[in-house]
Design a binder for this molecule. Structure first.
Ligand SMILES: *[C@@H]1O[C@H](CO)[C@@H](O)[C@H](O)[C@H]1NC(C)=O
Ligand SMILES: *[C@@H]1O[C@H](CO)[C@@H](O)[C@H](O)[C@H]1NC(C)=O
Ligand SMILES: *[C@@H]1O[C@H](CO)[C@@H](O)[C@H](O)[C@H]1NC(C)=O
Ligand SMILES: *[C@@H]1O[C@H](CO)[C@@H](O)[C@H](O)[C@H]1NC(C)=O
Ligand SMILES: *[C@@H]1O[C@H](CO)[C@@H](O)[C@H](O)[C@H]1NC(C)=O
Ligand SMILES: *[C@@H]1O[C@H](CO)[C@@H](O)[C@H](O)[C@H]1NC(C)=O
Length: 167
């Protein structure tokens, strides 16, 4: 292949890279440092966060004491787990928010009635900001989790091509 083919290929790669989603997803820790426990108001917690597709919501609690069920609105309103979509019980559960929709999570052992229920609205990713390649949720105490790979890989490959052809 000639130099110009490499150059064109590299430019195409870089353009593709710039249209990929942000590198970072946010992990929203339910209840922040208070975790997933009775007697808290998770509606207030959820109001403080903006959730995007690809983010994680994570539940931290004493294993074997509590758990997490993903339910529908009926389950959330009535604290019932019939027809639950999923359940987690590790004590440190990371749940990927895959879709732009409203999610409902409750504790399945009765503590839902003591406030262990949370509902969050997940939004489509915002258009990429011009100044920064990542989205930072405002006032979030949450950790940033790198989205693995392809973008960084493509950038380095492109740089190698440029480098080896003297650009
Ligand atoms: C939690 O706070 C919201 C907003 O102030 C309020 O509407 C709701 O009733 C509270 N929930 C509980 C269980 O206290
Ligand atoms: C919401 O965020 C504000 C500002 O960071 C903080 O003072 C407040 O405690 C937070 N409330 C909840 C319920 O997390
Ligand atoms: C949910 O609870 C309400 C009242 O608590 C009841 O009227 C309603 O039938 C319940 N819904 C289901 C699906 O169980
Ligand atoms: C939630 O799931 C239950 C059990 O599968 C079902 O009976 C109920 O109609 C569903 N409620 C909604 C709002 O979809
Ligand atoms: C929890 O999820 C597993 C599958 O992941 C399912 O087999 C099990 O029935 C669920 N438990 C309850 C109580 O819904
Ligand atoms: C973030 O915090 C600033 C002040 O620290 C406040 O003015 C702003 O309203 C907060 N934004 C959100 C989304 O809570």
């Amino acid at each position: 292949m000639s130099n110009s083919v490499y150059l064109i290929f590299s430019i195409v790669l870089i353009s593709a890279v710039s249209t990929l989603p942000p590198i970072f997803a946010t992990d929203h820790i339910v209840g922040a440092n208070k975790g997933w426990n009775p007697g808290l108001n998770y509606t207030l917690w959820a109001k403080n966060h903006t959730f995007y597709v690809g983010d994680f919501i994570s539940f931290r609690y004493q294993k074997n004491q509590y758990n997490v069920f993903e339910v529908n609105k009926t389950g959330y309103d009535n604290c019932t787990i019939e027809g639950a979509v999923g359940n987690w019980s590790s004590g440190k559960d990371f749940i990927l928010l895959k879709e732009a929709k409203r999610y409902y999570f409750i504790c399945g052992n009765g503590q839902c009635f003591s406030g262990m229920k949370v509902s969050v609205v997940v939004h489509h990713l915002p258009p990429p900001p011009s100044s920064s390649p990542m989205h930072l949720s405002q006032n979030s105490t949450a950790a940033e989790i790198p989205r693995p790979g392809i973008r960084a890989l493509t950038v380095s490959l492109a740089l190698i091509w440029f480098g080896s052809w003297g650009f």
